[in-house]
Ligand binder design. Structure first.
Ligand code: CTP
Length: 401
């Protein structure tokens, strides 16, 4: 869950520097991009080549890129690039230098010029860690907003036993995830999404269905998870892999099953989004067994299915935001606007099959979004994940803190 996060990993000179290689790997495994800066003494514990190979980026440890030409390394740029500057391991010496605003090595210069938040994972012997000077330095850094990842207890390189060893890479990565989550714009918000088609049985093997792929709903789930939301996804039959990080994936087949799953969960959520292409009608007399050719009726009698979005609208409480979709085969503006009020939604996302690349099955979509109150937003043809991001951006302006 560190997808697309830019992490600048600072390594100072401790034996724990060997763990930084595992840390860099773990951060990348979770989706982060990692660049490394090292103090000169860190390069004696682990080679820059190791970290450059692991991260696919050159490692920065010197003010000059090229000693012959005198070309310098831009420490300001690195601090601007990063979402967070994580110094792991942070030695007693580096912590003290950070407190004093020293800039006599490249890592410290990056620290002084960085605009991103800073996090440290101290590593030292137990007496160095409990020394009042170190404790005071950590307190000063915390007061300045630096996040401290507590060292762990165990046997230390000195042979002593106690608190001081750098937190394990996995624990540091977990800490980072929690840190990013807590700052995500939809942190703590609960979202319910319906996605995909529904299949309405005619008999044990045949069904009425539609061409919905579920891609729009799944893209929305991913964008909302990235924004920190807890997502419950109710999906009809689709050929998509489960989006990572959903709190609950409820797989259903019929409109009735989708309705029951959606209604039982609506009360507890902040945002509900109906992207599903729910069948509006189902065969009234579905057979439990396969009908043989000669048993097939000449006409199938249909009965209406429950309207999930409409039922959400009827139950809507004031803090909730409800989003519906409208797929139209003409330009559909008026029909979409009517759905907004008839279904008591806050937002209706219109896509029209008249627009090439929009609607069912495609990886792209072209939408017009209507908000309650009259605002209309027109968007160009985009990938469904970009459309999802546009919808999330709109939601960010609407959710109450
Ligand atoms: N919807 C729903 N339950 C249904 C039918 C539709 O939740 N039984 C939701 C869809 O997920 C979508 C919105 O209602 O968000 C609009 O769906 P659409 O099929 O465009 O409209 P309908 O209400 O079915 O109206 P019509 O078929 O007349 O256009």
């Amino acid at each position: 869950m560190l997808k697309d996060k830019k992490i600048l990993l600072g390594i100072s000179g401790s034996i724990a520097a060997y763990k930084s290689a595992f840390l860099a790997r773990e951060l990348q495994r979770r989706g982060a991009e990692v660049k490394v800066v090292m103090t000169p003494s860190a390069t004696e514990f682990i080679t820059p080549l190791t970290l450059a190979t692991l991260t696919n980026h050159r490692v920065y440890s010197d003010f000059t890129e090229d000693k012959d030409t005198g070309e310098w390394t831009n420490h300001v740029e690195l601090g601007l690039w990063a979402d967070i500057f994580l110094i792991a391991p942070a030695t007693a010496q580096t912590l003290s230098a950070m407190v004093n605003g020293a800039g006599d090595n490249f890592l410290l210069a990056v620290h002084l010029s960085s605009r991103c938040p800073v996090m440290v994972a101290p590593a030292m012997d137990l007496d160095m860690f409990t020394h009042p000077a170190t404790q005071k330095n950590l307190k000063t850094l915390q007061d300045r907003g630096v996040d401290v990842i507590e060292p762990e207890s165990g046997s230390l390189a000195s042979g002593l036993d106690g608190k001081g060893r750098m937190a394990e890479p996995e624990n540091i990565a977990n800490h980072l995830e929690r840190w990013f989550n807590a700052r995500a714009p939809l942190h703590g918000k609960r979202v319910l999404i319906t996605a995909g088609p529904t299949h309405e049985p005619i008999d044990a093997v045949r069904f009425l269905g539609n061409r919905s792929s579920g891609k729009m709903g799944f893209a929305l789930a991913e964008a909302l998870i990235k924004a920190g939301a807890h997502v419950q996804l109710i999906s009809g039959p689709v050929q998509l892999s489960h989006p990572k990080g959903v709190d609950e994936l409820i797989q259903v087949e019929t409109a009735q099953e989708m309705y029951e799953a959606a209604i039982s969960r609506i009360e507890k959520v902040d945002i509900a989004i109906a992207t599903a292409a729910v069948a509006d009608a189902r065969p009234a007399n579905a057979s439990q067994k396969k009908l043989h050719k000669h048993e097939l009726p000449e006409a199938i009698q249909l009965e209406q299915t429950p309207d999930i979005l409409l039922s959400w609208g009827e139950r809507k409480s004031p803090h909730q935001i409800i989003v519906g979709f409208a797929l139209e085969t003409d330009d559909g503006l008026e029909s979409a606007k009517k759905k907004l009020s008839r279904k008591n939604a806050d937002i209706i996302v219109l896509n029209s099959t008249l627009d090439p690349g929009a609607g069912f099955g495609t990886d792209t979509n072209k939408v017009t979004i209507f908000e309650k109150g009259g605002k209309t937003h027109n968007f160009d043809l985009k990938s469904k994940s970009e459309v999802a991001q546009d919808i999330v951006n709109l939601l960010l302006n609407k959710v109450k803190p």
